[in-house]
Ligand binder design. Sequence first.
Ligand SMILES: [Zn+2]
Ligand SMILES: [Zn+2]
Length: 359
Amino acid sequence: MAQLHEYECPKCGGALEFNSAIQKLKCPYCDSEYEISEFEAVDSALDQTENEQDSVDHADGADSEDSASGLVSYVCKSCGGEIVGDSTLASSACPFCGNPVVMMGQLSGSLKPDYIIPFKLDKKAAKEALKKHLEGKKLLPKVFKNENHIDEIKGLYVPFWFFDTDVYADIVFKADKTSLREDNENSYRDVAHYSLSRKGNMSFENVPVDASQAMDDALMESIEPYDFADAKKFSTAYLAGYAADKFDIESSSCLPRAKDRISLSVAGAVKNSITGYENVTLENADFEYSDTFAKYALCPVWLLNTSWNNEKFTFAMNGQTGRFVGNLPVDKGALKKYFFTVAGISALIVYLFINFFLG
Ligand SMILES: [Zn+2]
Ligand SMILES: [Zn+2]
């Protein structure tokens, strides 16, 4: 099994790149275009079990791994240069010749993604969004506006688990009802206290949780949602020209975060359905989950990290929808604000919520 794969142009031998505008592989040298399906044969190797792989290879397909540093090195087949990446790197470009390379061993067997949401927005769009974000920020340190620095923005496929699950919710709210009445002498205000019980089933589809330790969970949630309708059956050809990481958090470890989000959403949606009462407060909520299923998918993110005064600042843009978040030294509240205003699955909730009572 090949350790590194390069997508070569069948016509001229140039390194192909996935072009988000046409959703095909394109040769930057001779302009030939190729459908992803034309390269399906390359991926047949991904379904081999590790035992079937060349026994000389490491299980992860790397040329050598330094377990102390967590770095893995590969040898570029085009120029012989050494490509060094951390142990989760699954796709990159050779730093010497610039050719896109895919680390096949990082994506095979149990590590093979089920789906990929391909990039829809290109680097130009990401740079424009970033420049717009920086516009008018006069107090911004120079390093943030530096054109060379902005050019370093990179397209990265981030690993996600998408959970499908059914949930049975049994929720009790406390609530009041006030009525006013009058007799000849006085007016009265009667407050009645209620305990409201709501029970029902909901189904959730594609609740995302990022599966990369290196990526900040709140940051990733702030650029949601991803439209899973555009997800494609995974093919390594989509990775050509982009960086990619494999998951390093198991689905079982991500599931509690998905459940927390679902529980919050269900409780909020049910609460919003209660009308005609005042002071509605949550008293108790029980959730039972069943038929839970995790899908492994890679999602597109445009990313730029900047360090300034020993602090790290990140600009991230959803490579599918263009939604972005950036924290800047003069704009510290931005990240938090986005985190609270974006309920990534809220649109879904409204739909499910209607079914909750009809069904
Ligand atoms: Zn070509
Ligand atoms: Zn090279």
